[in-house]
Design a protein around this ligand. Structure first.
Ligand code: SF4
Length: 315
């Protein structure tokens, strides 16, 4: 195990321990990153192996089991009622931002492109057999997500619907086709410069909202995807992913089009394609949000949309 893996592993163990110690979401006085460094500096012995070893926290006061998104039965899993995505108090629209807030992203910065792709593929394999929350029981296929490394935009929805569950791919139904039009309107395509994922990888029954314990159980997967994929910008679609990744308690109609930061990555929330299909009055606001994204990509990521332009995502 190299230093990056070692740190990643310790990070996850402490994250689990935090949830056990502070089930009501208390925030520790020192950032989790700092405490991970302390534990590693104290010479954590990894030689024993195994996912269920108990370890002390940096406070020397608790033990926890590793592997939040493993095959560990849901009944054994700690509830991630603490700030699973490392957002909330320290996060907000650009300007008041996440500087100094605890980072919950494992340090995967040293990996080569090949290592990132291999690790992403392995993660997606784990998702396909995951039993970490009750959504596993109702799925036809898990939907890990798909797309390119280093995308201009990573789109994050809330969870698979019927068609996605049937095919094991994200955004393939009518809403997915509509999302493709949105991307096309700002010069993006899902196969060339985007990555698409969801908060939960398995379909909630009757397309209900994911429960907090389900999104918390699945959070490590998305967190690692973001760290491996390294998007220039994250576009959340719908209120669930906006709330979870921004930490904002305001509704999507208030915060759409606002620039936030998630783990240092610019993030813009907008409406969900299926919601816009149901309510065409959201089309104009979505187009305004997409233009902000396009302009940010032009100014900051060298994005060159095709000539001709579009005047909206259509229907
Ligand atoms: S939703 Fe996520 S945590 Fe739950 S079973 Fe599916 S992959 Fe595992």
């Amino acid at each position: 195990m190299n230093n990056s893996d070692r740190r990643d592993r310790m990070y996850r163990i402490l994250l689990d321990a935090e949830a056990l110690l502070h089930p009501t979401g208390e925030v520790h006085a020192r950032p989790l990153d700092q405490r991970v460094d302390e534990v590693i500096a104290r010479g954590w012995d990894e030689t024993g192996g195994g996912d269920d070893r108990s370890v002390g926290t940096s406070d020397g006061s608790a033990t926890a089991r590793h592997n939040p998104a493993s095959d560990q039965p849901a009944s054994d899993r700690p509830a991630f009622s603490a700030d699973t995505f490392g957002v909330g108090a320290g996060s907000g629209p650009s300007g008041d931002s996440a500087a100094g807030a605890p980072s919950s992203t494992p340090d995967l910065s040293g990996l080569s492109d090949e290592e990132r792709r291999a690790r992403l593929d392995a993660l997606h394999e784990r998702v396909r057999t995951c039993q970490a929350c009750p959504l596993a029981m109702g799925r036809t296929n898990a939907v890990p997500g798909e797309g390119v490394l280093d995308p201009l935009v990573m789109i994050v929805g809330e969870g698979p619907g019927y068609h996605e569950d049937q095919q094991g791919q994200p955004f393939v139904g009518k809403a997915g086709q509509y999302l493709d039009k949105w991307l096309e309107a700002i010069g993006l395509t899902r196969n060339h410069n985007t990555f698409i994922a969801n908060i939960v990888k398995c379909r909630p029954p009757n397309n209900r909202d994911p429960k907090p314990e389900e999104s918390d159980a699945c959070a490590p997967y998305l967190r690692e995807q973001i760290a491996l994929v390294r998007p220039r910008l994250i576009l959340t679609v719908g209120r669930i992913s906006a709330r979870i990744l921004t930490g904002s308690t305001q509704g999507i109609t208030r915060i759409h089009g606002t620039f936030y930061r998630h783990e240092g990555i610019p993030l813009v929330p907008t409406f969900h394609p299926s919601g816009v299909l149901r309510n065409p009055s959201y089309r104009r606001p979505v187009w305004e949000d997409l233009k902000k994204v396009r302009n940010w990509l032009i100014d900051n990521a060298g994005h060159v949309p095709p000539e001709g332009g579009a005047d909206g995502p259509g229907e």
